[in-house]
Design a protein around this ligand. Structure first.
Ligand SMILES: [Zn+2]
Ligand SMILES: [Zn+2]
Length: 284
């Protein structure tokens, strides 16, 4: 059986989470003992710690992170940690003190078998829906241990986009924006149809394709050779969930190759404004 537990970053939860992960023990209060009683040796438990809404997406839905099932697709953002524990001792009760506010006698022990690292994109576009739903439910019920079937990172989200012949966009893909997200991001930025639309739109409006960060214009520097050349950067990683046709051109920015690399150099990726500030500060 597979289970999910959501832990908030309230001060006491923060402390308790750390202790639990260090000692390989988790426990719940009397009123939450319902499901924990079903936990058996060999089960897997995903501990999901602290979700936050991404500012780039505007205002969070009301009540976030406690939102209803019908809003499952809004249960998304960044989570600070996902840790998978393998249960080594199924349900038991004990009043030995583990946590400073120990009110959690209904317990199980586990060993950590996987740590997804820090700052993980979360939501139905990155994980299977049953898992996201279990985490959402747990978040709404102050950490009830919730059955989840499985956890799957939807790593094989791909679009039919030809790989470029060169290494134009071969950023290292690790950590925060892991492979699936980088892949999706690149696929979107390479989608010839929307890239062309974006370039046409900007060219029609301004008569050039100038980098939105440093104002570099390939045609100005390289003449005819540079005409029509620019890269597109997809500004909002989370809107990648939308179907290709739905990508609005506003989600794309025209950037030069240097600025594009700089945007992806830091994790989380820099925003256009952040890089622009850095660039302008450095220049002056
Ligand atoms: Zn630039
Ligand atoms: Zn990009």
């Amino acid at each position: 059986m597979f289970w999910a537990v959501y832990i908030s970053d309230k001060p006491h939860s923060k402390v308790n989470f750390k202790i639990g992960m260090n000692q390989g023990v988790w426990g719940v209060k009397e009123k939450k003992k319902g499901t924990v009683q079903s936990i058996k040796n060999g089960d897997l438990v995903a501990f999901v710690y602290s979700i936050s809404w991404l500012k780039a997406e505007g205002a969070p839905p009301p009540g976030f992170s406690r939102i209803g099932k019908e809003q499952i697709h809004n249960f998304r953002g960044l989570v600070q940690k996902i840790i998978i524990g393998h249960v080594t001792k199924g349900f038991y009760s004990s009043s030995t003190e583990v946590w400073p506010d120990d009110d959690y006698p209904y317990r199980f022990d586990f060993e950590i078998i996987q740590d997804y690292g820090e700052n993980i994109f979360f939501g139905t576009e990155f994980f299977n829906e049953a898992f996201v739903e279990a985490v959402r439910y747990s978040a709404c019920t102050q950490g009830a241990i919730t059955g989840a079937n499985s956890i799957e990172l939807l790593a094989d989200i791909t679009y039919n986009v030809d790989e470029p012949a060169n290494e134009e966009l071969s950023f290292e893909a690790s950590g925060y924006e892991g492979k699936p997200i980088m892949k999706l991001h690149q696929a979107r930025e390479r989608d010839p149809k929307i890239v062309k639309q974006k370039k046409d739109q900007v060219f029609a409006k301004t008569g050039k394709l100038e980098c939105e960060i440093c104002l570099m214009d390939f045609e100005k520097i390289y003449g005819k050779l540079g005409r029509g050349f620019a890269e597109c950067h997809h500004k909002n990683p989370l809107s990648l969930r939308e179907k290709s046709e739905e990508t609005t051109l506003c989600d794309l920015a025209i950037v030069c190759s240097n600025c594009h690399r700089m945007l992806h150099r830091k994790r989380p990726w820099l925003t256009l404004d952040e890089l622009k500030n850095i660039y302008e500060k450095q220049k002056s």
